[in-house]
Design a binder for this molecule. Structure first.
Ligand code: GTP
Ligand code: MN
Ligand code: MN
Length: 414
């Protein structure tokens, strides 16, 4: 009993949306291992397994201190037999044989390389691997016809697999804001996704666009995209209409609203001198390098972000920026950007739905369905008992409808 008294026993509620999960993680070795198994399951089309590992990883992320022994895990939710075995192996031997062998496996490595191409999902990657394609070179040699997204993905492979820094997200935010306001002065742009949760880096940059007047958002996406395109900011874009009625994540709503929720997957051309507040509207189409080398004398000293590295460009240096750059240096990089337009009546739901994390969202919907008999989507919250939609104009109201304590974005990093 005296031994037991010294063991720190953790206590964690079972839904991730009931917990505060900051970016501070005291168990990265365990969560990295569980996340890798989750990723491998996801890439292998084993959704159930993947979610089980993700839930286990999220529980470990939420702990207030480092786990040192399995006895501390007694009573914790979401830890299945498999996850517990992995945790136990790591705590007792320093590594999990399953995790290590997965990481080394040709299949996992090939799935990572191929799904690392924008536009390639697990199913396509799987098909290629069965044909013996494991590398980008083998893919190129295979003569497979790639769709437009995949071609762009291959073309910008290195850039798109380089994490996006917060400073780059802010630079893109300025460009997007300028474009949005120029086509619709009252419209509002909000940074969502991981950056809204305070993450220092991301795989893309997510924006939610709305207009304070209901219907004012109509036609906004195509205008914004045209504007950005004419300014030479888009290397690729695909705009899709909302497929809400076909989706499984919520109740149907009146068809009249159906085409109001639009989404644009894009690849942005981010110039390294963009977003410094110089007010210039970006590069006109074509001739980007010459037009965008920037004038070096207009600010004292500034950092340039490229390829994930901060480079300092000091004004007054002889010869201007060209000579401070290594040979063959490109003055821009490709960045994935997601744009979503929502009518103001659905804005709170869209904001909550696009802020993530993915697991936090999944858990919110599970909580709504299993504990409250409600259906939550990025559009609405429907109460199945009262047979009516519950209105909300803020995230706080949605949490309140769900009977949950409000969790701010920075604590949704499950
Ligand atoms: P990184 O980009 O890797 O930093 O993480 P992230 O959390 O920003 O992930 P991501 O950009 O993939 O997604 C951001 C949020 O948008 C997450 O909460 C997703 O659940 C949500 N999301 C992504 N795709 C869709 C979609 O097709 N429909 C809806 N409703 N939500 C989506
Ligand atoms: Mn994102
Ligand atoms: Mn995204």
């Amino acid at each position: 009993r005296t031994d037991d008294a010294e063991v720190v026993v953790f206590c964690v509620p079972s839904y991730a949306c009931q917990r505060r999960t900051t970016l501070e993680n005291h168990n990265t070795i365990l969560t990295d291992a569980l996340s890798l198994l989750a990723e491998n399951a996801e890439l292998s089309d084993q959704e159930g397994r993947s979610v089980a590992f993700r839930r286990a990883a999220a529980v470990m992320k939420a702990l207030p201190g480092a786990v040192t022994g399995v006895t501390q895990l007694r009573g914790l939710p979401c830890l299945g037999e498999h996850s517990l075995r992995v945790i136990k192996d790591i705590l007792e031997t320093g590594a999990s044989a399953e995790v290590e062998s997965t990481k080394q496996s040709e299949r996992y490595k090939a799935l990572k390389v191929l799904t690392g191409i924008f536009g390639v999902g697990p199913k396509t990657a799987e098909r290629w691997i069965r044909e013996g394609i494991h590398t980008l070179q083998q893919l190129q040699d295979s003569g497979h016809t790639l769709n437009r997204a995949q071609q762009a993905g291959l073309q910008h492979y290195d850039d798109l697999n380089q994490p996006v820094a917060k400073a780059e997200a802010d630079a893109i935010a300025e460009v997007v804001e300028r474009a949005v306001v120029s086509v619709s002065p009252g419209a509002q742009v909000t940074l969502t996704g991981g950056f809204r949760r305070g993450k220092p880096t991301g795989h893309d940059v997510d924006f939610l666009i709305t207009h304070p007047e209901e219907g004012g958002e109509d036609g906004l996406m195509s205008k914004v995209v045209s504007r950005l395109e004419s300014q030479g900011f888009l290397l690729y874009q695909k705009t899709t209409r909302n497929s809400y009625l076909e989706s499984k994540d919520g109740p149907a709503r009146p068809a009249s609203n159906m085409d109001r929720f639009e989404r644009c997957f894009s690849i942005f051309k981010l110039h390294e001198d963009e977003g410094r507040g110089t007010g210039h509207p970006g590069t006109p189409t074509g001739n980007t390098a010459a037009a965008n080398s920037g004038s070096p004398g207009d600010s004292d000293s500034r950092s340039q972000i490229h390829g994930g590295e901060q480079r300092l460009l000091v004004s007054g240096e002889d010869g201007g920026p060209e000579e401070t750059k290594p040979a063959g240096h490109r003055p821009w990089r490709a960045v994935r950007v997601d744009l979503v337009v929502s009518p103001i009546s659905q804005f709170a739901f869209a904001l909550l739905g696009w802020t993530g994390s993915k697991l936090f969202e999944r858990e919110l919907r599970r909580w709504a369905g299993h504990e409250k008999t409600m259906s939550l989507s990025s559009h609405a919250l429907y109460d199945n008992k009262q047979s009516r939609y519950l209105r909300a104009t803020s995230e706080q109201e949605i949490f309140a409808h769900l009977g949950l304590e409000f969790i701010p974005p920075s604590e949704r990093n499950a």
